[in-house]
Design a protein. Structure first.
Length: 139
């Protein structure tokens, strides 16, 4: 069964639903949950620019991850969180490889229209994942 599950999250309602589905699955299987959020470091505008520095360190991603980990704990599921610089699909797949994931869960946001053809996170993850992928109906 799926013992190690990785789920991608970006702070959107679609991602929150994917995380909830991952929590529900892990709770049933007794597995381990890893929540991943990617961020793009911004170049600092000046040495005193606090906003640019916070984006550089991934603090926004960390805040999203802390909230989602709290939701998991509320459901009696322990979640490890991973904030990674880079593209969302790459970050999710890297963490999945690092932790030996059995399953990646992503929401289906971006799976319609031109984004599906040109590339969306779920599509990219499905093509490069080191394990099974569940694209959850979240939109």
């Amino acid at each position: 069964m799926f013992e190690t599950v990785v789920v991608g999250a970006d702070g959107s309602a679609s991602a929150a639903e994917a995380v909830q589905q991952a929590i529900d699955l892990v709770k049933l299987t007794g597995g381990r949950l890893h929540i991943v959020s990617a961020y793009k470091p911004q170049q600092k505008l000046s040495s005193g620019d606090e906003f640019a520095r916070s984006l550089d360190t991934g603090e926004v991603a960390d805040s999203v991850l802390a909230d989602l980990a709290s939701r998991a704990r509320t459901a009696s599921v322990e979640a490890k969180i991973h904030g990674k610089a880079g593209s969302p699909a790459d970050a999710i797949c890297e963490v999945a490889a690092e932790v030996g994931a059995d399953l990646i869960i992503v929401g289906n946001k971006g799976m319609k229209g031109v984004r599906r053809v040109l590339g969306s996170v779920p599509n990219s993850v499905a093509h490069q994942a080191p394990c099974s992928v569940l694209i959850a109906a979240t939109t």
